[in-house]
Write a protein that binds this ligand. Structure first.
Ligand code: GRF
Length: 203
């Protein structure tokens, strides 16, 4: 049984989608062992508690540097024997120390078709730019901001009447399907990395 740690700073709708997918047998051979947050009041914590998932809060203010913070997190993940780290709206950039501790074992989901519109405002930036197609991306995490190897992407059209909110809602619907799928592929050993390319064996 693979052990997953989900990291979230906010609402946690992706966390919920992953929990549901495990329950429904869409992610087989894995469990969400722990949910980690950097915010005391993240609604994601409630969702985890409602599902009897252990929660752990690491407050940035309790650490003197980003690396100290990440050292504590990594020590905790190792103690919990975590196999896969899943970032789901976790609003912190990981240090090289963290990334090196879990090589190709950290995933993130981003609300645009990377490499377009990385960063914290992917939906607003895509809308403002005027693209006609956007979407979401699941990728492995490297030391950059939303720059790691792409695992899965899915696209959707941008309509004339879209607002940031309407577009975000439609993108999130895609995310809730795509992220559990990417995790299931990883658990089944179906993602092969060749350079930057993730070759998916989805038979
Ligand atoms: C998602 O839209 C994801 O793309 C981005 O942060 C958002 C988190 O939403 N990385 P939620 O907390 O899972 O609802």
């Amino acid at each position: 049984m693979k052990k997953i740690a989900v990291f979230a700073s906010g609402n946690g709708s992706n966390l919920q989608a992953i929990i549901d997918a495990v329950k429904q047998g869409k992610i087989k051979g894995a469990e969400v062992k722990v949910m980690v947050s950097d915010k005391k009041d993240a609604y994601a914590l409630k969702r985890a508690q409602n599902n009897n998932i252990e929660t752990k809060i690491f407050l940035p203010a309790d650490f003197s540097s980003r690396e100290d913070y990440d050292r504590a997190v990594v020590a905790y993940l190792r103690a919990m024997q975590i196999d896969l780290v899943v970032l789901a709206g976790f609003m912190r950039l990981l240090t090289p120390y963290f990334v090196a501790a879990f090589p190709n074992r950290i995933m993130n989901i981003h609300p645009s078709l990377l490499p377009a519109f990385p960063g914290a405002h992917g939906v607003a930036d895509a809308l403002a730019y005027g693209v006609k197609v956007t979407g979401c991306t699941v990728h492995f995490v490297d030391e950059g901001m939303d720059t790691g190897p792409i695992i899965l992407q899915e696209s959707l059209p941008v309509y004339n009447h879209d607002t940031e909110e309407s577009l975000r809602q439609r993108i999130q619907k895609l995310e809730h399907r795509l992220y559990p799928h990417a995790i299931a592929l990883w658990v089944q050993g179906k993602i092969k990395l060749e350079g930057r390319r993730c070759l998916i064996d989805d038979k």
